[in-house]
Design a binder for this molecule. Sequence first.
Ligand SMILES: NC(=O)c1ccc[n+]([C@@H]2O[C@H](COP(=O)([O-])OP(=O)(O)OC[C@H]3O[C@@H](n4cnc5c(N)ncnc54)[C@H](O)[C@@H]3O)[C@@H](O)[C@H]2O)c1
Length: 335
Amino acid sequence: MHEIAVGPPHPARPLIPGRRCVVTGSAGFIGAQLCARLVRDGWSVTGIDGFTDSYDPVEKVMRAAGLVRTEGISLVVGDLCELDLDAAFAGADVVFHLAGRAGVRASFTDVDRYEHDNVTATERVLAAARRTGVRRIVYASSSSVYGNGETPFHEDAVPGPISPYGRTKLEAEQRCLGASGHGLEAVALRYFTVFGPGQRPDMGLRLFAEAAVLGRPVTLLGDGTQRRDFTYVSDVVAATVAAADAPADGLPVNVGGGCDVSVLDVLDLLRDLVGNELVLDVRPFAQGDVRVTSADLGRAQRLLGFEARVPFAAGFEREVAWVRGRLDRRVPVPA
Ligand SMILES: NC(=O)c1ccc[n+]([C@@H]2O[C@H](COP(=O)([O-])OP(=O)(O)OC[C@H]3O[C@@H](n4cnc5c(N)ncnc54)[C@H](O)[C@@H]3O)[C@@H](O)[C@H]2O)c1
């Protein structure tokens, strides 16, 4: 993909007094909401995204279109493995590195893409950050690095990822943390299943909500006893902003919602929210699906001042309303 500078990352656009940062993955679910929050906080933001084919790129382009009209944000479009990152990073204090290929299931069939987007891209980001004098990198790691480890997951536990996704996230995280002390500070945030309006279209809660709102069968992988520590997107964004200055250099830090919700609990709540019985299409457990995730939040509370503010039920209600609004606005396709 070619580099297209959408809104130049230089003083042609009046800069908001404050600090400058880079957000990779700025057209992604979390990255776009992080960019919006950072400019509200007074940062000048350069977003980078390659609109990869991990899911419908139109969804990413729409998020970017929302950002590009915002004063204080400029966007660079292209693959992190090909772009001239030095130009984009010049003058940045912090790089929030959220770009990556997310999702466990697809990682079993597309290992090369996961290596490219998670490991090779991170290596390039680190090299450019060192060359350009970036002070800190905040890396979006994942609870997937723990696999089926003992719960609650503590950052000091030995990681044991059980999918190529988890393995590539761990490798990238280790490279980031390994850079700490060599002219760059690094913090790896281990996000736990992030949800809320704008969620990626391949994620369970969104798939459930779309099927239920459309009155279609809801596909359930496994028996629904899997339990997740779901984390609302604005809480993840708050933790990520805090990580720019927190005394956490060289450390992984869990970012979890502090809830313990089974998939069956999700379906019960969804039934109430849509006001209909759900028709379930039950299939076997997905490969790489861990049974339980649960974050030990002591380090996040201590070092980031983190506190999850949005409880699961309230957050899921907002996501279902967002899904409904989106589907209502769809242009009907002629028969
Ligand atoms: N959503 C979650 O529940 C969750 C949980 C744990 C960790 N994470 C991590 O957080 C980050 C953001 O997740 P998300 O849900 O917003 O995902 P997302 O797929 O919506 O966003 C990632 C963005 O990165 C971009 N990208 C990927 N590879 C790129 C490359 N080589 N060059 C340029 N751009 C590239 C994609 O186009 C995409 O817009 C990811 O790194 C993911 O692994 C997410």
